[in-house]
Design a protein around this ligand. Structure first.
Ligand SMILES: [Zn+2]
Length: 327
């Protein structure tokens, strides 16, 4: 039988390791589509104790996903990325959709500003054409999440961002983060995927030090697992130092193209082992950018830090869940 890319070491993901701390877990970064694969995702979320899902669900899928999950899910406002060919229409609809997402209870407005956005559309967050969108989101009361950067390894890959003249350097991606954090202050800005710069924690610390309204989420699995394994002690120290400003997230994409339980469970398993344990061994997830075999090293965060990571920090942003009150 071929090995599953989500289970290289033949784990039984249904045998969940015991959680170190009781209480709710808010996954602040996911992408749940109205697909039958939600059944596998739900099983994984149930088993791994994920009590609240915060999802970048396309607006047209929101009613069905809400129906499936009830109050357990909350939404992050995203635009119709596929309709960017007509820029004026795209931006106008984005503003309309922000209001619709707000009616569905959304509290975060996501700006996906990976280097490709600069190449394909000449856009970064501070570009004036996006100003009306950001202003509308501010008027509606949103906080913000930004995807800036991408794995450092990709900035030397010919099939990714090696051409700095087109994509900018990795550091170039952060002018927009500084700008946005200042522009929306005192609203919160969440930097997705450890701010996109888990490779350079000194730089990430400087972002946090300069912007009191900036936090990060722990999402992405291959990327974060790979880089945490390279510097587990530094990551431990970083999260302990910034314990109020790191939010738990998976970046799971619940979509037809992922049609097995192991895919969903593997991400939660890795995050649990990474944050809670001193596991040091093979990662179960295939990683084309990582060592072969891929490695996972746990950083064994203290209990009080886990509680902040898993729900207290999200709770402060308004993502309370029924169990949060009595934990
Ligand atoms: Zn994502």
């Amino acid at each position: 039988m071929p090995t599953s890319p989500a289970n290289l070491i033949d784990l039984d993901y249904r045998a969940v390791p015991p959680r170190r701390v009781p209480g709710p877990i808010v996954d602040i970064h996911s992408h749940v589509y109205a697909t039958g694969q939600q059944r596998y995702f739900r099983e994984a979320a149930d088993l791994y104790g994920i009590t609240k899902i915060v999802s970048m669900t396309p607006l047209e899928d929101v009613p069905a996903v809400r129906e499936a999950w009830g109050e357990r899910i909350e939404f992050i406002a995203i635009p119709r990325w596929k309709d960017m060919s007509d820029e004026g229409d795209f931006l106008r609809r984005w503003q309309e959709d922000l209001a619709a997402f707000r009616d569905h209870g959304a509290r975060l407005c996501k700006l996906w500003m990976a280097p490709r956005m600069r190449k394909d559309h000449g856009l970064t967050a501070e570009h004036p054409v996006l100003r009306p969108v950001i202003d509308t989101a501010l008027d509606l009361g949103f906080d913000f999440m930004i995807h800036a950067g991408d794995p450092t390894a990709w900035f030397s890959r010919a099939d990714k961002y090696a051409d700095a003249g087109v994509y900018g350097t990795k550091r170039d991606q952060y002018d927009q983060v500084h700008w946005l954090a200042d522009y929306i202050a005192p609203r919160t800005l969440i930097g997705a995927h450890m701010g996109g710069t888990v490779e350079d924690l000194d730089f990430l610390q400087s972002l946090l030090d300069q912007h009191g309204n900036y936090s990060v989420d722990s999402s992405a699995t291959k990327w974060i697992v790979r880089e945490v394994a390279r510097q587990p002690r530094a990551v431990h120290a970083f999260i302990v130092r910034n314990a109020d400003r790191v939010l738990f997230g998976s970046d799971l994409v619940v979509h037809d193209r992922f049609d097995n339980f192991d895919h969903y469970a593997s991400r939660y398993w890795c995050h649990q082992m990474m944050w809670e344990s001193d596991y040091d061994g093979r990662s179960p997830i295939e990683d084309p950018d990582g060592a072969d075999p891929p490695r996972l090293a746990g950083v064994q965060l203290p209990d009080e830090v886990l509680v902040k990571l898993y729900h207290e920090n999200a709770s402060r942003l308004g993502y309370a869940c029924s169990q949060c009150a009595d934990s």
